[in-house]
Design a protein around this ligand. Structure first.
Ligand SMILES: [Fe+2]
Ligand SMILES: [Fe+2]
Length: 352
């Protein structure tokens, strides 16, 4: 028998009877819940600005999930990074099949140019770089600009669909007016009828904080979701669906003192704390967070958010791979029913 197994393995064959435990009853991700506190990120960003020239690459600090053993991944499908562009710098034009989003953390007036259109950044803005779109970033202001990047790199790698190309000049030529996509597609519930193209990624490249905040503030008294609070999804203006084929972006407000109920679902997420202070309990571990912290949530982990301030709203921005799960019919969600929807806290996350 053992001789049979040896010969079988040597021939690249395994019996299903040897692998029974691989078909798990529910997802068992290798990625773990983790948090990168803002103080750490700010210090690393400052040091990177002094130590690392911009060169041919981007000065972007990639957040590696400790459970994924050195893989270029924050979750199983997405990478989050913190990127710094100093005054006068240009991050050269290139394009790649991974889709990217930027959520602006600090600095105003720098730009990203996407396929010939420049969009200018302000804190809280969400900017898209669809798959295979040429893009470069520039900071002509006198202050540094910092943003969070979110890309679907691990997913694209798993699908063996990675392509990357450098442009032969520093900047891709501008062919459209600044913020052209906002002028065309940035109208609430009003779509230009003469535009016949329906790209998979949202044709609106900039979702401004001013508009996002207006929507959140207008809904602050809404009796919203018991698990996610006042959670709004950024949408594709023509289809009303997720703004990118592989990633959804959410902004959610948790009212002062609110303790939301626990649930779990397939799909992973990376949260960025835009403002406020609170905590998220993930599979019994308490992650206490404040402005600027980044938290990663693996698939199927029980999680619940709370705002620990009694005066100020807390706001979380997140990237999620939910559109992929939904497209494949694999999205599942389940609420915790025991303990009135709250988990027992068994540990507290500490920065090592
Ligand atoms: Fe890029
Ligand atoms: Fe959730």
């Amino acid at each position: 028998m053992s001789d049979f197994h040896e010969r079988m393995h040597a021939a690249g064959i395994y019996g299903l009877w040897e692998l029974a435990s691989k078909m798990t009853k529910h997802p068992e991700p290798r990625a773990i819940a983790h948090m990168w506190p803002s103080a750490l990120l700010e210090a690393m960003v400052r040091e990177a600005g002094e130590a690392v020239p911009i060169g041919e690459e981007r000065r972007a600090l990639q957040l590696f999930n400790p459970g994924l053993e050195g893989q270029w991944a924050t979750t199983n499908t997405m990478i989050a990074a913190i990127q710094l562009l100093l005054p006068g710098e240009v991050a050269r034009a290139h394009r790649h099949t991974p889709t990217a989003i930027r959520f602006i953390m600090e600095g105003e007036g720098a730009y990203t140019s996407v396929d010939g259109e420049r969009v200018y950044m302000a804190p809280g803005d969400l900017i898209l770089t669809p798959s295979w779109a040429w893009h470069d970033h520039g900071n002509a202001t006198d202050k540094p600009v910092v943003w969070m990047d979110g890309l679907d790199v691990p997913l694209i790698q798993a699908l063996n669909a990675m392509f990357f190309q450098m442009y032969d000049q520093e900047k891709f030529p501008l062919t459209k007016p600044d913020n052209a996509s906002a002028a065309l597609h940035g109208h609430v519930s009003l779509s230009p009828t003469w535009v016949k193209e329906r790209p998979r990624s949202s044709p609106l490249l900039l979702y401004s904080w001013a508009q996002t905040w207006r929507s959140l503030a207008g809904l602050r008294d809404a009796d919203a979701d018991p698990h996610d609070g006042i959670a709004l999804e950024y949408t594709h203006p023509q289809t009303g669906r997720a703004l990118l084929p592989t990633m959804a972006c959410w902004i959610q407000m948790i009212r002062p003192g609110a303790r939301l109920r626990a649930h779990r679902h397939t799909g992973s997420a990376v949260y960025y704390v835009v403002q406020g202070a609170g905590e998220t309990i993930i599979d019994g571990c308490r992650f206490a967070w404040g402005r600027g912290d980044v938290i990663t949530l693996p698939s199927w982990a029980l999680h619940e958010h709370a705002n620990t301030s009694t005066h100020d709203a807390a706001i979380l921005f997140s990237i999620q791979d939910r559109p992929v799960l939904e497209a494949l019919g694999l999205f599942r969600e389940e609420a915790l029913t025991e303990g009135e929807g709250h988990q027992a806290v068994t540990s507290t996350f500490k920065v090592t």
